[in-house]
Design a protein around this ligand. Sequence first.
Ligand code: F6R
Length: 615
Amino acid sequence: MCGIVGYIGHREAYPIVIKGLKRLEYRGYDSAGVMLYDGSDLKVSKTKGKVSDLEERSTKEISTSGTIGMGHTRWATHGVPNDVNSHPHLSNSGNLAIIHNGIIENYEPLKKELINRGYTFKSDTDTEVLVNLIEDVQKKDGLKLGKAVQVALNQVVGAYAICVFDKNKPDEIVVARLGSPLAIGVGENEFFIASDASPFIEYTSNAIYLEDEEMAIVRLHKPLKIRKIKDDSLVDPYVQELQMNLEQIEKGGYDHFMLKEIYEQPNVIKDTYRGRLHSTTGIIQMAGVEDNLEKFLNADRILIIACGTSWHAGLVAEYIIEEFARIPVEVEYASEFRYRNPIITPKDVVIAISQSGETADTLAAIKLAKEKGAFVFGVCNVVGSSISRETNGGAYTHAGPEIGVASTKAFTTQITVLTMMALRLAKAKGTLSNSDYFRYLQELELIPEKVLEALNTNDISKEIAAIYKDASNCLYLGRGYNFPVALEGALKLKEISYIHAEGYPAAEMKHGPIALIDEKMPVVVIAPKQGHYDKVVSNIQEIKSRSGKIIAIVTKGDVQVKELADHVIEIPETSDALSPLITTIPLQLLSYHIAVLRGCNVDQPRNLAKSVTVE
Ligand code: F6R
């Protein structure tokens, strides 16, 4: 995820671009850059860091005058976050400038071809390949900018929202979209371009949202023409009147970042396996795993260290790695591990899981494991974060920036990465049959669709939330793969609604917690058809006979639990091992709605911070 902003008109572009980038910083803040054109010169300033760093640098580095401008705030995907990899990128001639949000998946062969044709590259980015491809097409075929962009885009595979400017055609910016958002604000002889409408809300309330596979030449003194990239056919521009206020727009129309992030899960899970999982050939391609495969295969055991929600993802991984790859796994709280003089040997592989990549306890535990000679592998979301740098190898989740303090999409994307790792190891060790291996690959590919379906439980979750919003306690029960989901469900509820909640393995209830059950105690039971269904049904009966209120998460079409439970939330079926990716969705929604109904600050719960950089 990145944020892009462009302006062409009669005002000074710089303040519009900088302010716009600040509003888009939720989309990524690894680096930022700006390009300005003042009628003769094309000026670029860019830097690692936030938009405020760019502001400081650019005002010293370049003259900020000019009525055409483009800016970018980056969430690094290809290439570490540094000055050189920051956008805008220029073509080899220096005439073309581009900003890009997305990923060009086939950039490597394109880059090789361009290198063969004499092009050179300064950065590690896929975007610099695209701008030179456009330049190459322009030169080879003698095409104008718009046409050259179109021809080039027809050669790329991936996702993009781009703005391209040509110094030799300074009255226009060419924009295009596939998979990443792009809005055009239409003013009085001026245009604004941005990832969402927040950068231009105070200038115009007329916006055109490009659809996938559409492009436009945004030209001064000319009506906007939108074309299909594939076949060049014209599309009637649909100008929408913006109804939203600024705050809502930054949240993409959702009331809270948490809700937006819950709803992003189908896409970010797909982003996380895209380009890595190839279900037809049976290949799982994760460079970090491939480079260190022998270490994993020769490990005596795998130790997983993490905190909070990431620790819960680690527990799910324990079940998956042991079942698929038959490697012993232990999961530890990083904060305990670092202080308890653990036995670690060079034959251990340690997996550190962290969304932020900055959690102090996890970082300290990694250092300790490295000192004792273990190989440490990171599963992080934030590119270039301390943990991703401190580990010996790693794999990123592609969840994009998670702003809501309660972790949601980070959890499901962590499980996605760890599942792919377990499958890769299983393949190398031959611990899964060929048919099971392919079945899991195919099922994993179906997860985004099923998460989308699970999001349809929003209304029923809201209704149930209204009934239990005033509860003082809540129990969450699950077995097997869904025991960690019970823990995660309880954590979500307590951290944002301040209701005391506990997660337990369902069978542990009779060893103590059952004493808590009475008619005031809501008990959320995760009871999908796959897994230990019959055992969980017995646990539900035990709760029922003590008058507990049962909210059951069941597979669509379930009959047995429906008869026993006070409320059921139906989710689509998947295999036991992949079920946490689905069962967790209604639990996130339930906590969210309870917290909202209790008037809590969902995105910034009391006493919490997104990145826990202190012990
Ligand atoms: C819960 C939550 C925290 C984090 C924990 C670890 O919703 O967000 O429990 O999971 O602080 O953070 P990371 O994953 O950044 O290391």
